[in-house]
Write a protein that binds this ligand. Structure first.
Ligand code: F0G
Length: 364
């Protein structure tokens, strides 16, 4: 069946009417991939599933929120939208604004967004403005500008973004035929997505579509971990630039998701994120961007600390966990190249090529 986009798929749960003109790029309905090798490597009881959000039209989960936010901006008569971004939001806003035929301006921290994301915002025709400042400062500025001008703000402080993004939870429950996973692990940056997933799981549970709700496990990068530390971080740092955020806008709702689900928000170091990023690509064949791997990094950390040892549910001998892989690896080719073994260059000669492959070692 053709994918008509997530608003049509989950119309009963979305704030649209029969008259709403839906702006969609056939987002959502992304694959849920069993991670056999990772599960085995991390904990004998874990059954890990990867929600591969990199397969959305612009390569990240942001498209779920953006179809809704742009649809409503158009419905409300806006001719322009704006956002601050660490990259993915700007790519998605630019694409959906282009499709809707409205203008888009994006504010990004200078030099701190991955190449793929920058190229997307540019080719879709957004006005791309780099500021000498970080994401938090950009968001403060954009909020001010949108308050005083006829421009719709499409960051996740826009409630329609959350409405669209909650569909990720619906899809997971539908894939598991009416049950939510025992745990869900995911990155936390501006904290909209963990809030959205919790809203989705909660609504589906209340509607009788899901037997249960998962325990939510959120992970920030150690250099950008305001929620874990309990205070804003003025100069957030991490190579996972998507989550280089020091003062998340959805801080309170993320804490509510954590507490209502009996979960936690912890931090993982850049080394831990990089190791998980490489492992996903090398042992599962799944290429995500660095920030997206922080959920898996978190699982590795918790498992090593014995967190899952007493968590086997009564109904199964396995602990089912979903990891939200929020963005595609191709977003950030520089990080991939910096994290992998170097290429080699040799003459176009069979013996030299076999020597470079190290054939003996390969086939032994
Ligand atoms: N993963 C990726 C790939 C992201 O781009 C983001 C956020 C997150 C995780 C964190 O999600 O903010 O809802 O907690 N990116 C935003 C952006 C901030 O501007 O693209 P969150």
């Amino acid at each position: 069946m053709r994918n008509e986009g997530l608003i049509n798929r989950y119309r009963d749960y979305m704030p649209v009417s029969d008259d709403t003109r839906i702006v969609t790029l056939s987002e959502g309905s992304t694959p849920l991939i069993p991670a056999y090798n990772l599960s085995k490597a991390i904990h004998p009881k874990l059954e890990i599933w990867l929600k591969y959000e990199g397969l959305n039209p612009t390569g990240s989960f942001k498209d779920r929120g953006m179809t809704m936010a742009i649809t409503k901006a158009v419905e409300e008569g806006y001719k322009a939208v704006m956002c601050a971004s660490t990259g993915n939001t700007s790519a998605s806003a630019a694409a959906y604004a282009a499709r809707a035929g409205i203008r888009c301006a994006v504010l990004i921290p200078e030099g701190k967004i991955a190449l793929g994301k920058l190229s997307q915002a540019m080719i879709h025709g957004a006005k791309v403005i780099q500021i000498r400042g970080n994401f938090d400062e950009a968001l403060t500025q954009v909020r001010k500008i949108c308050e005083h001008n006829p421009i719709a703000l499409v960051n996740s402080v826009n409630p329609f973004r959350i409405e669209g993004q909650k569909s990720g939870a619906f899809e997971i429950v539908d894939d598991f035929e009416g049950v939510a996973p025992d745990f869900q692990a995911m990155p936390v940056g501006n904290a909209g997505n963990i809030s959205a997933y919790w809203k989705g799981y909660t609504e589906y549970h209340a509607a009788g579509k899901s037997k249960n709700r998962p325990v939510m496990l959120g992970f920030q990068a150690a250099g950008s971990a305001p929620i874990v530390l309990g205070h804003p971080v003025e100069q957030p740092q991490t190579f996972a630039t998507a989550i280089r955020i020091g003062n998340p806008a959805s801080w309170k709702t993320a804490e509510a998701a954590r507490d209502e689900s009996g979960g936690l928000i912890d931090m993982v170091t850049d080394d831990e994120i990089r190791a998980a990023y490489q492992k996903l690509a090398a042992t599962e064949g799944v290429f995500c961007e660095p920030a997206s791997a922080s959920g898996v990094a978190g699982l590795i950390k918790l498992s090593a600390a014995g967190y899952f040892d007493d968590k086997t549910p009564a109904h199964s001998d396995k602990i089912r966990v979903t990891c939200i892989l929020t963005g595609h690896g191709l977003k950030d080719p520089d990080s991939a190249i910096a994290s992998a073994e170097e290429t080699v260059t040799v003459d176009n000669d069979e013996a030299k090529i076999l020597d470079a492959i190290g054939l003996e070692a390969v086939v032994a």
